[in-house]
Design a protein around this ligand. Sequence first.
Ligand code: GDP
Ligand code: MN
Length: 380
Amino acid sequence: MKIHEYQAKELFAKYHVPVENGILCRNVEEAILAYSVLEEKPVVIKAQVLTGGRGKAGGVKLAKNVDEVRDFAGLILGMNIKGYIVDRILVTQAVDIAVEYYLSFVIDRNLRSVVLMISRQGGVDIEDVARKTPEKIYKFVVDSSVGIPDFFARRAAFTLFENMDHVKQMVSLIRNLYRLMIDTDASLVEVNPLVLTREGRISAVDAKMVFDDNALFRHPDIRFLRESTEEERKEQIAKSKGFSYVGLDGNIGCMVNGAGLAMATMDIIKHFGGNPANFLDIGGSSNPEKVVDAMALLLGDPNVKVVMINIFGGITRCDDMASGLLKSFGQIETKIPVIVRLTGTNEKEGRELLKNGPFILAETMEEATRISITHAELQK
Ligand code: GDP
Ligand code: MN
């Protein structure tokens, strides 16, 4: 379970991890009031959404006077960041940044341990750093039976700082964040950027925490903060329609009847170098309404560039399925290519019918997959 930055910062503060003063606001008036409470010093206005990359999306802005507070608060509230509409902003004291660092505690499943990761490459996408210059990320494996003793934290702190005052601040920050992670059963604590200010203070300018869902029962105060993510909301809608849906990050939308075939479809797409956008099992009926609902679900994902429909007609006959598809695509408007592979009982009749529809027909799974991948590449 994820929480917002402002919620993570409240937990940080409880654990004596330095964060700037901030006030959560839901409208422009509140933001202006917050600015005066923060003594009209420069503030940063930050969109609070359960996704990263807010800065790049324009959801983090420095405001130096009340007019800028009004303008930026108005601009950011209501913004759509990766499918999340901003309904809350954090108005927080701005800091004068000297250096931006990266720090996180993650669980390494192979090592069965918590790992502390730190880097001088803060503020940027850490995934990029990990890919291009992995040597710039320092990793320290924590022995859970020991935790983080002082010497361990000092060793980590010295990789970033030389000044003893900075090292001391870093040591207590590392130990306190680890304590927070363990106390709350978090699976991730990430500070990007962790900054050194021009006055020589270390401060967590951003805060991200993810919690182990299986441990939430013993943290009612954290469970109380639960808000469903965009993906979870989609999965809920899918469930209410009788589908089983799991969102993924590829570009080939998949509509399949049967969970086993849906798995096989994702495997074969991956096998030929493509990327599925989802797992979707629409179950075993040819009901046109179902197809319309499923298409709406798939097309609601802006990453979807093609749709691959993979149907095995066993109990549901292919000609029935084909009529269902035709009927539903009479109501669907989309420019996205739709590739259909239909096989099983009455497949010839089914395919004959589908020739009248807006489909690209394939006879085998391999053929459908190759066509889908080619089209997905073309749409890039
Ligand atoms: P993210 O883009 O969602 O990770 O949001 P962040 O909270 O990390 O903010 C994005 C970027 O805004 C940071 O990397 C900083 O460079 C910048 N930023 C955030 N707060 C401040 C601040 O108080 N002062 C300055 N100068 N820059 C800030
Ligand atoms: Mn960040």
